[in-house]
Design a protein around this ligand. Structure first.
Ligand SMILES: Cc1ncc(COP(=O)(O)O)c(C=O)c1O
Length: 380
């Protein structure tokens, strides 16, 4: 099986019941949702509805019809940004965004002449909420922040930023790709208007699942129009949620897997998952110091980061090191820019990238021990 330490890209393994539920659905049901009225189609509708409810509840959100399913958080972020931002709007964002946000904003800058303010952060990725407040202008429509960086792991003060957004009547969109399932997130307490999640990372669901929770009254334009299963004689997209924003056949098999994943998380409890990941992260930060010639980026404190640690080893290219870890030791981690060039600009590694450990719920301390030993061995 090897040692999988790339959970920041996607989590592995998944709970057994996630895979089993997808298999069972495909073998025993396999019908579309929102289309038919026969019993199996109704069961499919129920699975989708229950998943909306479970996802919402995970983030203390009580309106399942405003839990919109997408294929991943990239689509959710595109949906929110493209569906809200209009000509000449101003947007405030962090210095650490993934390309899922950044490329979308840069494209809208070209297409709709939006203006973007990148809030400064320290080299460790800490943002001062007062700098967010200072960035707000008369024409600011929205603030978009990741909850945690996928390069440095740094957790952002979303509650404080959300409060600033609320006080200034600005929408607050949060990318919880790296935290959902392993951190308590509460759309009300954290003042989140729009929460974009992906199903396949710490939510432990299958790839091809994600969504957008709409905790506000803003009327979002759809990304796509087409069949929604109802109102078929009407020539335009329906104007009610979720149909307005969910076009085409849903990924019901994936959603069924996500449903099982959330049931697993609820059974284990977010607190248990969080504590285990935090303990492993603290252990990794401590043990990695035993690696010769290592430079670790970001906060060296497990309270301030998710289970994501980026580092380099002097005189070894990150790509070469991860290749050797894989081929000789069967240890899997990722090298490169991790789709977040802005974060690398911040730490001065835009040219060389970094190696990255992504810790997951199913990792153990021995995985870190073996990695540390291998990182020393490959240096001779
Ligand atoms: C912070 C962040 N945002 C967005 C994404 C994109 O996720 P997905 O590929 O599931 O859309 C990732 C995943 O790498 C991420 O870490």
């Amino acid at each position: 099986m090897g040692i999988y330490l790339d959970n920041a890209a996607t989590s592995y393994p998944k709970p057994q019941q996630v895979a089993k539920s997808i298999y069972d659905f495909m073998i025993k049901n396999g019908s579309s949702s929102g289309r038919g009225s026969y019993q199996r189609a109704m069961q499919s509708d129920f699975f989708v509805y229950e998943t909306r409810k479970l996802v919402g509840e995970l983030f203390n959100f009580k309106d399942p019809k405003k839990v919109i399913f997408t294929s991943n958080v990239t689509e959710s972020l595109n949906l929110a940004l493209r569906g809200i931002l209009k000509e000449n709007d101003h947007v405030v964002t962090s210095s650490l965004e993934h390309n899922a946000v950044w490329r979308c904003l840069k494209t809208l800058e070209k297409e709709k002449n939006i203006t973007i303010t990148k809030v400064p952060s320290t080299k460790e990725g800490y943002t001062n909420p007062m700098d967010v407040a200072k960035s707000i202008k008369k024409d600011t429509k929205l603030i978009v922040f990741n909850h945690a960086s996928n390069v440095l792991g740094t957790i952002q003060p979303i509650k404080e930023i959300g409060k600033i957004a609320k006080d200034n009547d600005v929408l607050f969109l949060v990318d919880v790709a790296q935290t959902a399932g392993a951190y308590n997130i509460d759309v009300k307490e954290d003042n989140i208007d729009l929460l974009a999640f992906t199903g396949h990372k710490s939510l432990l669901g299958p790839m091809g699942t994600g969504g957008l929770i709409i905790n506000c009254d803003y009327d979002i334009n759809p990304l796509k129009v087409g069949g929604t299963g109802g109102d078929s004689a009407y020539e335009y997209q329906p104007d009610y949620y979720p149909n307005k924003l969910e076009t085409g056949t849903l990924n019901v098999s994936g959603i069924v897997g996500l449903r099982e994943a959330i049931k697993f998380i609820n059974k284990e409890s977010i607190a248990k998952i969080h504590n285990k990941e935090k303990e492993l992260t603290a252990y990794a930060l401590y043990k990695l110091k035993e690696v010769k010639n290592i430079e670790i980026y970001g906060p060296q404190n497990s309270e301030d980061i998710v289970g994501v640690i980026s580092f380099n080893i002097k005189n070894i290219r990150a790509e070469d090191a991860v290749h050797e870890l894989d081929s000789k030791y069967n240890i899997m981690l990722r090298a490169g820019l991790h789709c977040a060039p802005n974060a690398h600009e911040l730490i001065g590694t835009k040219e060389i990238g970094s190696m990255r450990i992504g810790i997951g719920y199913f990792n153990e301390k021995e995985d870190i021990d073996k990695l540390v030993q291998a990182l020393n061995e490959i240096q001779g």
